[in-house]
Design a binder for this molecule. Structure first.
Ligand code: PLP
Ligand code: COI
Length: 364
């Protein structure tokens, strides 16, 4: 099936959110709560392929209580954003990279393959109908959440034969409140996020469910986010609960853990920042980095800046790390220069304020 076979049937919400209410919601949206009026839904049935593509008023789903997603967690998702450009236009950032990662996640979770153009069409149609929900650039973005669930009613453990691909969206401000300053990070040494051969590189809901006890433990220790270590040695930095991690050293090197181990999510922000850092003449390394080294380098002053990066987090400076046995402060808990510059270069492209030399922007 290709998207060109599938036309979206559009049912517009008749009693959409009144303009004044929408404006007030998107002026101070927080993250993940101010949902738009519509959703995209496409159905997959084995033997028939993808069909019944619709844009509908956002509404609760009807699911059989035996739907596989509810029992065996056959679910994957994506996270991407639409940005308001200076000319008032709306644009997406590397949406085809999300479409491809979605296909990789589907493959890992034995789910139906969604053609890239159908993914892009669903996202584009939803952004078009809800484009008034894209906040002003000073406030934030429209966060887009495409996902796929197994809907077949069957308790046998097997790949489902029926799926729904759904796209919802919400107005979104900062993931971490800026008032709180740089992010505080709990280093998790008990549980792991991913192991070799596991599902770490797939964007599946189960990975996030499994990260929540560590997130709670972190909160208990006064931290906002969790950093996970490798499963085998519990020594090497991997990534955070919902973002990749990068380090900046005193010699100007930018370092991030490598993807080769197969346990880290292939972040699109990560990839984009590595490109922008190389463009800016920084030395970029994708190499393993040990936790004991991080504490030592932070204390000796060799480690200058650390930040988290991802669609939701954008580029968020990290100010402190805490583990069961150690703790350290990074850059006096202030935003670092390289972190700020990289964030600026990325956002300037995403919001259409700067040239787009890598062809990352896609107008809606
Ligand atoms: N790592 C995890 C576990 C994530 O959930 C995310 C967010 O999507 C990322 C990294 C960053 O990926 P991206 O930059 O593509 O949003
Ligand atoms: C994203 O950045 O899109 C994610 O999926 C991460 C989540 C913490 C919101």
């Amino acid at each position: 099936t290709t998207a060109s076979d599938i036309a979206f049937k559009i049912t517009r919400k008749t009693d959409g959110t009144p303009a004044a209410e929408r404006e007030s919601l998107i002026a101070n949206p927080g993250f993940g709560r101010a949902f738009t009026d519509h959703m995209a839904v496409v159905t997959y049935t084995e033997g028939k392929g993808w069909h019944s593509a619709e844009i509908l008023p956002r509404q609760p789903l009807m699911l059989d209580p035996a739907a596989s997603v509810l029992h065996y967690a056959q679910e994957i998702f994506e996270g991407m954003k639409a940005y308001r450009a200076p000319n008032g236009g709306v644009q997406l950032f590397r949406p085809e990279a999300n479409a491809r990662r979605f296909q990789k996640s589907a493959e890992r979770m034995a789910m139906a393959q969604l053609p890239e153009d159908l993914f892009l069409e669903a996202v584009t149609q939803l952004v078009k109908i809800d484009r008034d929900w894209v906040p002003a650039p000073e406030v934030g973005t429209l966060y887009i959440r495409p996902f796929m669930i197994a809907t077949e009613a069957a308790l046998g453990v097997k790949p489902a034969s029926e799926f729904k691909f759904i796209v919802i969206a919400c107005a979104a401000g900062e993931y971490f409140s800026k008032d709180a300053g740089p992010v505080s990070v709990w280093v998790e040494t008990e549980t792991v996020r991913a192991s070799r051969g596991g599902t770490g590189t797939a964007k599946c809901g189960g990975n996030y469910a499994a990260s929540l006890t560590a997130q709670m433990e972190g909160k208990h220790h006064g931290c906002q986010q969790v950093l996970f270590l490798d499963a085998e040695e519990r020594r090497w930095l991997e990534e955070m609960g919902g973002m990749n991690v990068m380090m900046v050293f005193e010699d100007g090197t930018l370092l991030t853990p490598p993807l080769a181990g197969g346990t880290i999510l292939h972040g699109i922000t990560r990839d984009s920042l590595l490109t922008l850092a190389r463009d800016a003449g920084l030395t970029v390394k994708e190499e393993r980095y040990a936790l004991d080294q991080l504490f030592a380098d932070a204390k000796s002053g060799k480690l200058k800046e650390v930040f988290a990066c991802g669609t939701a987090a954008v580029v968020s400076p990290i100010g402190t790390f805490k583990s069961k046995t150690d703790h350290c402060t990074i850059n006096n808990n202030k935003v670092g220069e390289v972190t700020a510059k990289l964030r600026q270069s990325l956002c300037d492209i995403q919001f259409g304020r700067a040239a787009d030399p890598h062809n990352w922007i896609c107008s809606v």
